[in-house]
Design a protein. Sequence first.
Length: 467
Amino acid sequence: MVDYFNGRIFLQPNEIPKDWVNILPDLPSSMTPLINPMDGKPAPPEMAFAIFPKECVMQEVSQEPRVPIPKMLREIFASTYRPSPLHRALRLEKELGIEGDDIKIFYKNESLSPTGSHKPNTAITQAYYAKKEGTKELVTETGAGQWGSGLAYGCNLFNLKCTVYMVRASFFQKPGRKILMRSFNADVHASPSKLTESGNSFLERDPEHPGSLGIAISEALEHSMRSDIIKYSLGSVVNFVLLHQTIIGQETKIQLAKVGIEEPDILIGCMGGGSNFAGLMIPFAIDKLNGKSPNMEIIGVEPRACPSVCKGDYRWDYGDSSMKGPIVKMHTLGHSFIPSPIHAGGLRYHGMAPIISILHNNRVINATMHHQTAVIGAGIQFAKAEGILPAPEAAHAVKEAIDQALIAKENNEKKVILFNLSGHGFFDLLAYKEYMTGNLKDYELPTQEIQKTLASEEMPVIDESQF
Ligand SMILES: *Cc1c(COP(=O)(O)O)cnc(C)c1O
């Protein structure tokens, strides 16, 4: 019955899932609300409606186990890049000296989307809802540019204006993503910019300010508040983004079933804000929570330079550095944390999605971390074997999958190991160049230093008895 199609398992367009799966009703402890920083109380829906597309706000708090994917969206996915293939990494297995079928390594290939990562799964969706609600423009922030290019692509599909505040340092260092965004018609500004009050206030202090995600968020929020027909868009962390990504895990399940595998033994994804990892694992985690596969290991991988789950605290913290955005209960390194300049730009956020934080706190999932030299090394090993150069973020998952496969080989175990290849690395060649020339640096954050930062921060006081 097993037919691997030379290692790739394809689905037909009509096998694209009809719903997203919502983990909120199955969570082992209840979801924590987003808190308004002005009064320390749960943000009322009207407040969120002014910022995000309405449908997304409804999905953020929905208790329905399944949320239908609109037909038009499924048609767009079918005509562009979904379903994405699941690969058996046969050549990588061989490279690791693994023979036979006792150990199988699979990867879900999200690098085939128009902008080369999983981000369009939610970008197209948010643009669709915005258009439907009469919004004319979406505005967002971007670090390295993966999210910005995803949203620019989504907006262009629906003739929406797209404005992106891009962290100034990346704006000049990574022109590739900027050009891609502009190819999709987006307006891209270096942040801090002269276009907003918050941007100006930073520029006055330092005309050459390198910017940060926190500042870019403040600018995008301010820009979106100017008009009812402009909405703000987020690419990770919040519940509705994780929901949109569950299309990944559901397709994976169908694909595994086609080769006679009910559940993998080990599921792996890299974690920045948590959306691609959540998208892959949520459908499986629900099974685990319902007692179906109690021994399945679900592992999120962080950079050692930004280990919010592995080394941060689980507590209430601000989502942005300027303390204007909502307060969230999550694993965090503190809102004033400035990550070292590692190449995995998408993994340099101080916090983690509340859903991931709750699952980790309840030991449903595990977290681990790796240094970037080992990660990029694993990325090259993967590229040589499988022909795809992974994004530095995705290479974190590759590294962990290789480690797990070697452990299983050492112990003569039977294991199905599956990871999410969240994106390709064609815009991140500098990381690979530095690795090859021996110039890649590792950064480790000592636990003591993290605790010092966390202790020094003004901590929002939230009365949890009010909700
Ligand atoms: C943005 C990004 C990430 C990190 O974001 P998550 O929300 O944690 O998925 C990981 N990989 C790639 C390729 C990305 O573009």
